[in-house]
Every structure is written in C-alpha cells, then in structure tokens.
Design a protein around this ligand. Structure first.
Ligand code: BJ2
Ligand code: ZN
Length: 624
C-alpha cells in the first residue's frame, strides 16, 4: 500500500496533470481505508500495559492514525486543498522585470537565479512581489480550509490541534521550551551577523534603501525567503579578493553535470563505508528538470518502502548551492537504505530533525577547504590563514546562522494558526510580525490580509512541518563534531586542528558510527540514537558555537569598530489588515458595519470590515 501511494504521488509530482492528481487522490483514499482498518486492529488490543518495550513502542506508534481518521468526504477535501496549494506553488509563473512581455519565469530556475544574482533593488523587489502574488496570494482560501480539516483530524486522533499532533514526533514534554532555549543561545550571534550584513547592504544599496537601525528589506538577501544568505557572500565577504569557497565557477569550468554531482556525493558516503545506492536509484530518480512538463521542482528524497526503490527528484543546477542540496537529499537516501530491513513502523528518522541532519553533517565536511582541494575544486595554494578562515566561516554562517530564526517562525506561525490564537483575519500580518521580531527583516512592499505570504514558501503550501530543520541545524554540528573526533580530525585542545577544517572523507570509523545510528531508524527514542554518535542525549548548541567561535569574536569586534547598532527598531509593521489604496488590485468599496465571523456566533467588531474583505477576496481567488 505504501509503495502504491508513493508511486501515485511521484507520478503527480513529476508530471502535474489533472489526471495524475485524480489518480493520486483515488489512491490516497484506498490507502486511508486500509490504514483505518489496520488502526482498528491495533487499537483493539489493550497495549498500554504491555511489558515488552519494543512491542509496546510499535503499538504506540501505530495507534496514531493521522489524517486518515477523517470521514472520506472530508479527507477528500483535505487532500484536495493541499494538492491545490502544491500545484499553485509549483506551476506559478511571473513576468520578467526587464522584459515585461516575458511571463514564463518559474521559481526554478529563473526566479531563484534572479534572487540570488541580481543586485538591482527594483528588479529584486519586482520579482519578490510577483512571486508572492502568484504563489501564496492565490492559496489563502485553500489554506483556511486546510487548517480547519487538519485540526479536525488532529482532534480525532486525540490531539488538541495539528501543532500538538506534529510535536508527538519529538517524544518530549519540554520540546517547545528546549527550542526556545536553543534560540536564546543562538540569538546574540544572529544579531551580530544581522548587524554586519545590514551594514554591508547599506554600503551597497544606500542608507535610504537599507536604514541603519531598521529591519533589512526582505528581498536583498539572495534568497526568496531570506532563509539562507549565502548567495550574497560577494557583497558581505570580510576580506574581498582573499579566498572564496564558492566553487561554482570551477564546477562549470570542469564541465560538472547533475549526474556527476550525485556520483560524487555517493562516493563520499561510500568512502566512509556507508551504503551505495542500488541501480533502481539511478534509473528511477529525476535529477534534471523535465522539458515540456509541469513538475514539483522543490528537491525531495523518496522511500518507496519496498526495500529497492529509492529516488531523488531535483531540478539540479550546476552550482555549489545545489551541490550541497544533493548531499542533503543523499543523506535521506542513506537513512532509507540503512533502515530498509526494519519493520515498516520503524523506517523513520529517530526524529524528523535527524533525517534532515545526515546529509548536512557530511556536507560540512565536503565544503571544507581541505576537501575541496582534494577533489580538485579549489586550488591547492588557497590559503587557510586567519583572514581566509573568517571569510570561510562567514560564508558558512550566512547559510547556517541566518537560517535559525526563519526555521523557528515557519512553525511558530503555524503553531499559532493551528491552536487558534491567530485567525485568518490576521494570517499575513502575524507572519510579518514574526518575520520582523525574529529575523529582523521587513517586506519591501506594504502587505495586507489580501496577501498570504506564508504560502509563498514550499513547506507551508505542501504542508511539511519545518521545526525539523531547526533541530537539524543544531544537531548536525553535534554529529559533525563527534564524527570529527572519531576520525581524529578534531582536537579541541589543538589550535592547529580547528573544527571547521575537519574532513572525515574516507574515514571508516566515522562512517561506522553514523551508520549504526541510522540503522536504528525510529526503533528507539531519539536521545538513545543521539548517544550512539555523540555520547550526549540532548540537543546542544555548543558544538555550533565552538565551530563558529572565531567568527563570533570577529563579528563583535567588527560591529564595535564600525559603530553598528545591533538589533533593530520596529517603526511600525509594514502590514495592514486592509489592502493599501495604492495596491494594483481592484478593491470593493469599504464596508464599515459590524460583521460576525459566523452566523450565530458572537458579533465581532473588526476595523474597516476586515472580515468582509477577506471573505470577498477569498471568493474572488476561488473564481479566478
Ligand atoms: C530541499 C529540501 C525537502 C527535504 C523535501 C521537501 C519536503 C520534505 C523530503 C522528504 C525527506 C524525508 C528542503 C533543505 C534544508 C531547508 C529546506 C528548505 N527538500 N522533503 N521526503 N530544505 O527535506 O529534503 O525530501 O524525510 O523523507 O526543503 O527550506 O529548502
Ligand atoms: Zn531534507
């Protein structure tokens, strides 16, 4: 059943047509009937008093049914709302800034490339705004429906809401507090990075565009969502002309292909004694964008549950960023391979964050100057002195540190939506409140509740929980550090062997250690899996701090020297409930009478008839 469902989903994701959408839905209903039946069998046992811990764990995991608990008509609506959002996201197109008549720009590759390479303020703003309009802007009503049904499903599974349902995966009563604690540890460092980057952007774009003590305009950070900032390394690098780890030009010069990138990633895994991918991986995967088809280009890794078929779907471009994504996805495949012989119920990560961390931990080793020299992507004479080190760590921080507040708010926003503390009347402004408060960024254009900017990010449109990546970005440094110690590549007491220079390529001991953890799947609570590699049984930001220590010291000194303010003043949120009059969309006449959210419910007085407006636009969207 798992195989059949995956095939139907793959078919849709790699060839978005109405027919494939229908077949996927049909199969998901068949699977739901089966799951419900299995769930009835499981829960007919009084398993709580079982004394065999393994048997009890299996029953516990299997006793949560998930969305299949919904009655079939509602399950159909639930699936349809997610499919509709994923389709909108994956097929959205915008018009070019330079050639307004060219309206065939896709997120992948054209828009992504513009966001990363353009340094034209107005062009970036145009692309940013258009993307948000064409993706998130078209899915608000689907999201509202989705939230309602998803919560209904969670409640049928005895969870208070979808947020609580998601958190079960982490098997901890203190998970949210632990995440907040980690964020508090990382935050001072983030603020320093933010201040430094803002100063550099101000120098490039001017004080009027990037004011000194304000949030950074969200479209200037090299990435549509301002989630990782590595693409603006050229603008912010501390010692220009010194050395750069962006080996994209070299990859292009050497004629790298997507295939070669995947082969090299696989070779890194096998060099550590980890498992090779089977032939089915190479014949089944899609590693380049298909011509003449609409597809979900967002990269993903798939386990078809039959122990043979594992695939990646990625519209791979030949550049360093995608080279790292290749390793990320190959990390998922390695996990799938390692636990393929476990019972199906245990073929999951120790928790979702573990699954995300595997490839990234290895990629930290791949991207070291040492390794890039070894594989011929970096000149052997590239220095590793203090200035080069700061350049290297800053480039890495742009991806790894900038990411934390983004990863946090992705689910903070959804936790607030799911538990009802934020309703659809505040979806978008709440999003921007969090964006400003945590990331210190601001929308380049005034937003309103007609927009739905969270939906402009894949995981919200496709309903993928996100805190897993926050967890991953913490624990990947714990894994990296431990594997480095195992490989004899890191000694905390030896300054000539700093953590960021560790490369465990070809190290079988490190590979064996990691492999043993992966082979556990989800058969044991995650602290045990973590202990197998790190000797620790909790998430800990210390490895991370250790890795970046020289940069943290440098940034603090640099910001002081520049007299840069750290942090930002709000100066008012750039989001209004109602659309601003200057907006290009047409608006209905304002309605001012009080409106109740539901008939029979309490009458709520909302300013400027917000409810009516939101409802009107939802309807309009639906019709369009
Ligand atoms: C590029 C990457 C995801 C991933 C895809 C899409 C959603 C889930 C899977 C799962 C894996 C599994 C991604 C990378 C870091 C930050 C984040 C982002 N795509 N997924 N089937 N990333 O995690 O690989 O492949 O657990 O089975 O979204 O925001 O880009
Ligand atoms: Zn992943």
């Amino acid at each position: 059943m798992c195989y059949k469902s995956n095939i139907a989903e793959w078919q849709f994701a790699s060839d978005i047509t109405d027919e494939n959408e229908r077949l996927k839905l049909e199969q998901s209903l068949v699977a739901a009937r089966f799951e419900k039946e299995a769930w009835k069998n499981i829960t007919s046992f009084n398993w709580q008093p079982f004394t065999d811990p393994d048997l009890k764990r299996k029953f516990k995991l299997l006793s949560v049914l998930g969305p299949s608990a919904l009655p079939e008509d509602k399950l159909t609506q639930y699936r349809k709302s997610i499919d509709a959002m994923e389709k909108i996201y994956s097929t959205a197109k915008i018009c070019s800034f330079a050639n307004p008549g060219d309206c065939g720009m896709n997120l992948d590759p054209e828009i992504t490339e513009k966001m990363s390479k353009s340094r034209n303020f107005d062009e970036l703003k145009h692309v940013w705004q258009q993307w948000h309009e064409q993706s998130g802007g078209k899915m608000r009503h689907h999201y509202e429906k989705f939230v309602q049904l998803s919560n209904e499903a969670a409640q049928m599974n005895n969870f208070s809401d979808t947020g609580a349902y998601w958190l079960r995966n982490y098997e901890s009563d203190t998970f949210k507090e632990d995440i907040e604690g980690l964020w508090q540890t990382i935050k001072p460092f983030y603020l320093q990075l933010h201040a430094y980057v803002r100063a550099k952007l101000r120098a490039h774009y001017g004080e009027d565009k990037v004011p000194k003590d304000q949030p950074i305009p969200a479209h200037l950070l090299g990435n549509m969502w301002a989630q990782s900032w590595g693409n603006i390394d050229d603008l912010v690098t501390p010692y220009p002309g010194k050395s750069s780890i962006d080996v994209t030009p070299e990859m292009l010069k050497q004629g790298y292909t997507p295939k070669k990138m995947f082969e090299m990633s696989e070779e890194f895994f096998t060099s550590m004694g980890l498992l090779p991918t089977p032939p089915e991986f190479w014949s089944g995967s899609i590693i380049e964008k298909l011509v003449g088809k609409e597809m979900v280009c967002h990269a993903s890794a798939w386990d078809f549950c039959n122990g043979k078929d594992f695939r990646i779907k990625q519209c791979t471009k030949v550049n360093m960023e995608d080279f790292i994504v290749v390793h990320h996805e190959m990390g998922h495949i390695q996990y799938f391979l390692q636990y393929k012989n476990l019972p199906l119920v245990y073929r999951e990560g120790a928790n979702s964050g573990f699954h995300e961390a595997v490839g990234d931990s290895l990629a930290l080793s791949v991207q070291t100057t040492k390794h890039l020299k070894e594989i011929g992507l970096l000149d052997k004479s590239t220095p590793t002195d203090h200035e080069a080190t700061i350049n290297y760590l800053l480039a890495t921080a742009l991806d790894k540190i900038a990411f934390f507040p983004f990863a946090y708010i992705m689910d903070k926003w959804r936790w607030d939506v799911f538990d009802g503390s934020v309703t659809s009347a505040d979806y978008n402004c709440h999003w921007w409140k969090l964006r400003e408060e945590y990331q210190g960024i601001r929308s380049p254009v005034t937003r309103s509740e007609v927009d739905f900017d969270p939906g402009a990010k894949y995981h919200i449109a496709a309903n993928v929980e996100y805190i897993r990546y926050f967890v991953s970005f913490v624990i990947q440094f714990q894994f990296y550090k431990s594997l480095c110690v195992t490989a004899g590549q890191y000694d905390p007491h030896n300054p000539s062997q700093p953590l960021h220079e560790c490369d465990f390529y070809r190290n079988k001991e490190a590979g064996a250690k990691l492999g043993a953890m992966l082979a556990m799947g989800s058969s044991r609570p995650w602290p045990e899996a973590m202990r197998a590699v790190t000797g620790q049984d909790r998430m800990d930001a210390n490895a991370f701090r250790e890795y970046f220590k020289p940069l943290e010291v440098w940034l603090i000194a640099k910001n002081k020297e520049l007299g840069e303010p750290v942090g930002w003043n709000s100066g008012g949120l750039n989001c209004q409930k109602n659309p601003p009059p200057t907006s290009t969309t047409q608006h209905p006449p304002p309605v001012t009478q009080p409106v109740g959210p539901k008939s029979g419910g309490p009458t709520v007085f909302l300013p400027h008839g917000a409810w009516i407006l939101v409802a009107f636009y939802s309807l309009l969207n639906l019709v369009v």
